[in-house]
Write a protein that binds this ligand. Sequence first.
Ligand code: NAD
Length: 507
Amino acid sequence: MSEQLKQNLAKAEGYLARFKENPLGLFINGEWTQGTEANTFDNTSPTDQSYLGKVVAATTEDVNAACEAAAAAAADWAATPGAERKKILHRLGDELEKRAEEIAMVESMDCGQPLRFMRQAAVRGAANFRFFADQAPEARNGLSLHQAEHTNFTVRNPIGPVAVITPWNTPFMLSTWKIAPALAAGCTVVHKPAELSPLTGAILAECADAAGLPKGVWNMVNGFGTVAGKALTEHPAIKAVALVGDSATGKMIQAQTASTLKRLHLELGGKNPVIVFDDADFDRALDAVVFMIYSLNGQRCTSSSRLLVQSGIKDKFLAALKERVANLKVGHSLDPETEVGPLVHTGHYDKVTSYFDIAKQDGATIAVGGKSLRDEMGPGNYVTPTLFVEAKNSMRIAQEEIFGPVLTAIEFDTEEDAVRLANDTIYGLAGYIWTSNTGCAMRMADKVEAGMLWVNSENNRNLPSPFGGVKMSGIGRDGGDWSFDFYMETKNVCISHDTHKVPVLGR
Ligand code: NAD
């Protein structure tokens, strides 16, 4: 064990101690509570299955209390001037930055993401709050739309209390993306972090409290999707639900919210293609292909899990890729050298490793990896970074979201083939196109079915740009003004110039 890992483990132990001492509760109406029944579940670390503490599982009654607190606080928070909301959200950014190391280490231990990627989590989370904070004063502004004898103007009002339901893959970051614009828009929030990674959601709630958010504006409930998540989506006070999660969960939430007719933003799964043409910048494309599936343990919605590589460079590209994949450093998430950490949970480890046999049964070849590392690395959820070749797009390894450090490579000949293969999936979140031919890039950008496409780049997040998917990857967009459109209702006001003829009946 390196000296640096030893030091990081000791530090992390310090940050995690309090979670082991007392069950992690719920944050409702500005107070921490153990809930009505104080039912708890155990939280464990994917690095070695060690115990991280107990977590209270919210009951329907607890969730109702959180929704009612959010409803009670809604009018005052909506009426708080945008400039004041801006100040509070900047203070929240300060709180996150103060606790950056703690957030990074707790997140790494709770969900297995390597520290090298989590170090920036708090800083980026704070940047999310600051970006939307700066827009809070103008968020209500709409358009002025003129007619000959009427003038219309639009104004936006916060939609009301909203539910934010987040997954375990990068729980802290994803929570800040959703909650920051909701609060900036003037909505109150009930946040439900994923049951497999509850810890940084609690730190976020503490930072919100320390920043001076009024009671009831930010509520946080832990627990299971089928109980706490379901109750949250069904509560009549909740006006909109922002979910980041699995496509199956999105479908359930659509059904659960039907009778209360809620607005939904669903950011769901993906099986994103990275398409490398013969004329691509070889080295940059190779770096991006490796980064976009093996970083964040492949547990990333926008990961490029299908490599479509053109026949002219296929052999050379795959040879270089094999070398890089075999060279990736798998290790403890707190080791600064680690590039790929343990998968979040044993259930997910079982799912990912099951695809090693599925690939062989379907006739693909495992060029690199395809093994559990439990014999070598102990009980943590470690697997070898894996590359499948000789694959067809119809195989399960090309169609199903594996959500691990596992890449399926498929050869194509022509631009038309690339489009056909890219679109032959139920998903449509992201796509990546590598070519030096601008015309080809433009044609591909037009034809590939996805909410987001990057040309000659890995995933680069620009907060004012829209984020979201099509097909089974979701409904709706957030980012910039798209977020405000989601968290606010647009009202049109039409004013007559008193010159038009009012229709007359029954005079
Ligand atoms: P998940 O769908 O199992 O859980 C997500 C959240 O939904 C959790 O908090 C869970 O408790 C809750 N939930 C589950 N059932 C519910 C129900 N019936 N009602 C209300 N809430 C419910 O997803 P996960 O396994 O935690 O995360 C991985 C998935 O998230 C992957 O499919 C991944 O692609 C997706 N994801 C998508 C994006 C994106 O932006 N499109 C980003 C990150 C992750």
